[in-house]
Design a protein around this ligand. Structure first.
Ligand SMILES: Nc1ncnc2c1ncn2[C@@H]1O[C@H](COP(=O)(O)OP(=O)(O)OP(=O)(O)O)[C@@H](O)[C@H]1O
Ligand SMILES: [Mg+2]
Length: 381
């Protein structure tokens, strides 16, 4: 072989081997891609695991509670290791064997779920509810401000009160005012949210809300729409009803559990006292029932004065007369009249509110009330 021939052969061999190493690399990359895709595909085939809570442990078995409240007696798999009551675990969907523990804590960040504030509502912001205000002062404000007085007299003040009455009559406002006058933390929960948003967790939430209230005492727990939780039910059939019932029982237990002089008061509010379960208004619980009525003549005038306080009223405005035209309107509606009147003025580039603006405001609010009534009739009538 000549040197020339040998050189050619070398270069051919070189290009051949470098080519095979290139295909080898490509092959490797493709193999990796395939195996990655396979892995991904496998993930789609694995059935989801059920998140539940351990209730009791008996050696290699345990009782777990599913989110819907049902409890099962199940195995603990070898690889899971030790579990204890209260742990959150993942269970197989079919036989509910405990597969592994998950590191979530049982505690909610309760503070992010409830509305907690130190409201600034003075008693002067409330019109026409003198008797009710007096009663709330006696039952809620006085024990928070002067617990020693009750010890001396030897009586225990009520743990809470129930405010009931039509929408927009000032129930929330009253609760905030008493929180403000006692410088208490105001913790507001809406009962219907408690049962809808936190399915399976309602009872736990209630417990933690009371814990929070004690930690932030003095405090007032305001439970709005109490009827969603505490309405009397004839039969307890569906799991949803059972859930509501459990939450309700926890609420009663918490109310029973705290000391009336613990610096925590419960204020419930409802538009439907008629459907409330008697258990919640039994003596020793929310045993003061305070009716918040629609405002009467003088009450309406007071509320109107409160909400028109910062308005510039024209000379032709006679608030006495205006309030007499607002029969049957709630406090919230009276406020709405003022707002609407303000808008009528704004539309005409005025800052002064005239009698006509207020009359138009009344018309508008009454009309809205009427259409709401019609909608209601259409839906339920
Ligand atoms: N008696 C009142 N005095 C002054 N303002 C009032 C009065 N009642 C209601 N209002 C006004 O109406 C608004 C709504 O009232 P509030 O939220 O207290 O009603 P509510 O009774 O809690 O109604 P709901 O049953 O719909 O929850 C208040 O923020 C306030 O501006
Ligand atoms: Mg309210």
């Amino acid at each position: 072989m000549t040197t020339k021939e040998k050189n050619i052969l070398d270069s051919v061999i070189y290009s051949y081997t470098s080519n095979t190493s290139q295909t080898g690399e490509e092959n490797q990359i493709l193999k990796e891609t395939v195996s990655k895709l396979k892995e991904e595909l496998d993930k789609f085939k694995v059935p989801p695991l059920m998140v539940s809570e351990v209730r009791n442990v008996f050696g290699k078995d345990a009782i777990i509670r599913l989110p819907n409240g049902n409890q099962f007696y199940v195995n603990i798999s070898e690889e899971c290791g030790k579990v204890k009551p209260g742990d959150m675990i993942l269970a197989d969907q079919k036989n509910l064997t405990i597969i592994r523990k998950i590191p979530t804590t049982r505690k909610f960040d309760i503070e992010s779920f409830v509305i907690m504030e130190k409201p600034k509502v003075s008693w002067d912001n409330i019109g026409g509810l003198d008797d009710q205000v007096r009663e709330i002062k006696e039952v809620v404000e006085l024990p928070l401000k002067k617990p020693e007085l009750f010890k001396k007299v030897g009586i225990t003040p009520p743990k809470g009160i129930l405010l009931y009455g039509s929408p927009g009559t000032g129930k929330t406002l009253l609760a905030k005012a008493v929180a403000s006058s006692t410088n208490s933390t105001f913790i507001q929960i809406v009962a219907s949210e408690l049962v809808q948003k936190f399915i399976g967790e309602g009872a736990k939430m209630v417990k933690e809300i009371f814990e929070l209230a004690r930690k932030k005492a003095p405090s007032i727990i305001f439970i709005d729409e109490l009827d969603a939780l505490a309405s009397k039910r004839i039969e307890i059939g569906t799991s949803g009803e059972r859930e509501v019932n459990r939450t309700f029982m926890q609420l009663l237990a918490e109310i029973d559990g705290f000391n009336p002089l613990d610096n925590v008061k419960v204020i419930g509010a409802t538009n439907r006292k008629d459907i409330l379960d008697a258990a919640v208004i039994r003596p020793g619980r929310l045993d003061r029932l305070i009716h918040i009525p629609l405002p009467k003549n003088e009450g309406r005038l007071e509320i109107l004065k409160i909400h028109s306080k910062n308005m510039t009223l024209g000379k032709d405005v006679d608030l006495d007369n205006i309030s007499s035209l607002m029969e049957d309107l709630s406090g919230a509606e009276i406020r709405a009249v003022c707002t609407e009147a303000g808008y009528f003025a704004i539309r005409e580039n005025r800052v002064k509110i005239t009698r006509k603006d207020l009359l138009k405001g009344i018309d508008k609010v009454r009309q809205e009330e009427a259409t709401e009534g019609e909608d209601y009739m259409r839906m339920f009538g």
